[in-house]
Design a protein around this ligand. Structure first.
Ligand code: C5P
Ligand code: C5P
Ligand code: C5P
Ligand code: ZN
Length: 461
């Protein structure tokens, strides 16, 4: 595979616009892919001697776009912008975009995999798109910025782009291959659970919900029994990376057997083992060594309003900011397991074509989508799952589908955008994961209408 010439030409044009500016405002998204995208942009501009500043937004709403327009600066949108390019142009912002969300139109100032025949939900992320531009902006002195590849892979993994087949696909592979060649990245075949580097094995198993391991997920005693039965010593400090190769093999075999007997679809079982992306220059046993855990660490900062902490870690702080991020990670993990417990309690309501839960103000709107995705393993796999949460501006909607549903015709970004706009809200995202902000009074209509539209998508395919 190769990056298409048209795309490289586009990158060349966009980099010429950036090089011409003497000050750049970087606007990015508050998740792992957004933080890594913003850091890549920032480091790239620093190296060019271009003054810059990174600001984070939860959503690129009209009011945010107005605020940005008021700054009157050349603006580089990373990991967002493609869904709002009309408003950006309307507000006369001097801009460029490196994004992977479904674009509302093509534009010379926008680098987006969708414009070149690639699916931005898994073939290139915000950070890997931004890296492609960064490479163009690089020079020999900084080895064409290839040292930023690991950060970009953290972004792609943070958006779960490897979850489709257990490895990154599409244009992401070009970035990986270069990373391996330049020895900044290593790829291993291993279990794809969160926490291999940092959680005690018991906790790693207990906190795994994708797939849902019967008797083990969310069940500490079950996880201990499972390891005991394999003759693997359970201790408070022993992590997955501390087990012998033989022990790891034994555990993987048993996990696979357990999943088969639980009737988990073969496709999901296949994804249990896959590629793990190792950041060769980071210390072993830390969250930063493994792209999956690095991305979780970043989510744990930005989704709680501490994006500056995540940004500092990406920019190289291994001291104060890193320690703070680790504390935030503990908190994030607690919130995710409490979120899952809450959904168990309130239950998931099934409509004809969708299922939903209403977390009210009991789950933070910025993590309710993560919880929805994690709940999938115990919900109906044949219907998209919709999560509702309250925030200051209205009702935050997070929607997640499975790959199988997408293959059968579901496109959450299109459905959510259509339905939310019809009832005075706003939304977008990807075919497999999307979100919206809607007025509180319209929730029932929204669900009913969404149920209908998803039904149509399934019927049409
Ligand atoms: O805003 P952004 O593009 O970063 O978010 C992408 C979202 O899609 C993430 O929440 C990610 O976890 C979700 N996703 C998913 N399943 C996939 C791919 C992405 O839930 N297979
Ligand atoms: O919002 P999105 O769907 O991208 O969420 C992906 C995130 O889910 C990961 O970065 C991580 O924070 C979290 N996660 C986790 N443990 C799991 C599954 C997901 O911490 N077992
Ligand atoms: O917030 P959540 O993780 O559910 O977001 C899923 C996807 O939907 C992300 O790609 C996000 O950028 C997108 N989204 C959006 N508009 C919103 C909320 C989320 O485009 N109002
Ligand atoms: Zn993204």
């Amino acid at each position: 595979m190769q990056i298409p010439d048209e795309m490289l030409k586009r990158a060349e044009y966009i980099s010429s616009l950036i090089k011409r500016s003497d000050e750049v405002l970087i606007v990015t998204h508050i998740d792992a892919d957004g933080i890594t995208s913003g850091s890549i942009a920032r480091i790239t501009l620093d190296r060019l001697g271009i003054e810059n500043e990174v600001v984070f937004v939860k959503q690129l709403s009209d009011s945010e776009i107005e605020k940005i327009a008021d700054e009157n600066k050349f603006t580089w949108f990373t990991d967002l912008g493609s869904g709002q390019i009309n408003s950006i142009i309307d507000k006369k912002i001097d801009f460029v975009i490196t994004d992977h969300h479904l674009p509302v139109m093509d534009n010379k100032r926008q680098l987006n995999p969708h414009s070149f025949g690639f699916d931005g939900s898994y073939e290139l992320s915000g950070a890997t798109t931004t890296y492609i531009l960064s490479r163009y902006l690089g020079n020999r002195l900084f080895a064409m910025n290839v040292d930023l590849i690991p950060l970009s892979i953290v972004g792609a993994v943070g958006d779960l782009q490897d979850s489709r087949e257990g490895r990154l696909l599409g244009l992401n592979r070009i970035v990986i291959d270069e990373g391996i060649k330049r020895k900044v990245l290593a790829v291993h075949k291993d279990l794809r659970f969160f926490g291999k580097q940092t959680r005690p094995v018991v906790k790693m198993l207990e906190y795994t919900f994708d797939p849902y391991l019967p008797g083990i997920s969310g069940n500490e005693a079950g996880a201990i029994n499972f390891l005991d039965s394999l003759g693997i010593e359970v201790s408070e400090w022993k992590k997955w990376i501390d087990l012998s190769e033989e022990e790891r093999k034994r555990a993987v075999n048993e996990i696979v057997k357990l999943c088969i007997s639980a009737g988990i679809p073969f496709k999901s079982i296949k994804r249990i083992v896959g590629e793990t992306y190792i950041l060769s220059h980071e210390e072993e046993g830390t969250e930063l060594r493994d792209a999956m855990e690095f991305s979780t660490l970043l989510n744990a900062t930005a989704r709680y309003g501490y994006e500056d902490v995540g940004l500092k870690v990406c920019l190289g702080d291994r001291d104060g900011a890193f320690k703070r991020a680790r504390t935030l990670l503990q908190n994030h993990r607690r919130n995710l397991s409490e979120g899952i417990r809450l959904v168990d309690e309130i239950g998931i309501v099934e409509l004809e074509n969708i299922q939903y839960f209403d977390a009210k103000d009991m789950i933070l709107d910025t993590i309710v989508g993560i919880v929805a995705g994690m709940c999938f393993s115990k919900a109906n796999l044949n219907k998209p799952i919709i999560a509702l949460a309250r925030n200051d501006e209205g009702i935050k909607v997070s929607a997640r589908a499975t790959q199988r549903l997408v293959d059968r015709g579901v496109n959450l970004a299109k459905a959510i955008k259509l339905v939310s706009e019809k009832i005075g809200g706003k939304g977008g995202g990807h075919s497999i994961a999307a979100g919206a902000l809607i007025p509180e009074s319209e929730v029932d209509r929204f669900l009913k209408e969404l149920d209908r539209v998803i039904g149509q998508q399934l019927a049409r395919a």
